[in-house]
Design a protein around this ligand. Structure first.
Ligand SMILES: [Zn+2]
Length: 78
């Protein structure tokens, strides 16, 4: 199975990494950004953690696009 691509941090754009049993605070895998300390939820499976991280990145990008469109509409309404 090909390894899923791990997208950069959606907050700061830094490279992120998958951590396991991070500082013994949890048992499982999570994607962690060392730069801004954002992280995904914790998953038993490494692939699930990566997919969840990537999905959230997409969600946030779509939200930002929607917000930009709304701002355009408001600008036109004025
Ligand atoms: Zn970050």
């Amino acid at each position: 199975m090909p390894r899923p691509e791990l997208k950069p941090c959606q907050f700061c754009g830094a490279e992120v990494e998958v951590v396991k049993d991070f500082e013994y605070c949890f048992e499982g895998y999570s994607v962690w950004c060392e730069n801004c300390h954002s992280s995904s939820a914790i998953y038993d499976d490494k692939t699930d953690a990566i997919e969840a991280w990537n999905r959230r990145t997409n969600d946030i990008q779509e939200t930002n696009n929607l917000r930009a469109q709304q701002e355009v509409h408001q600008a036109l309404a004025d």
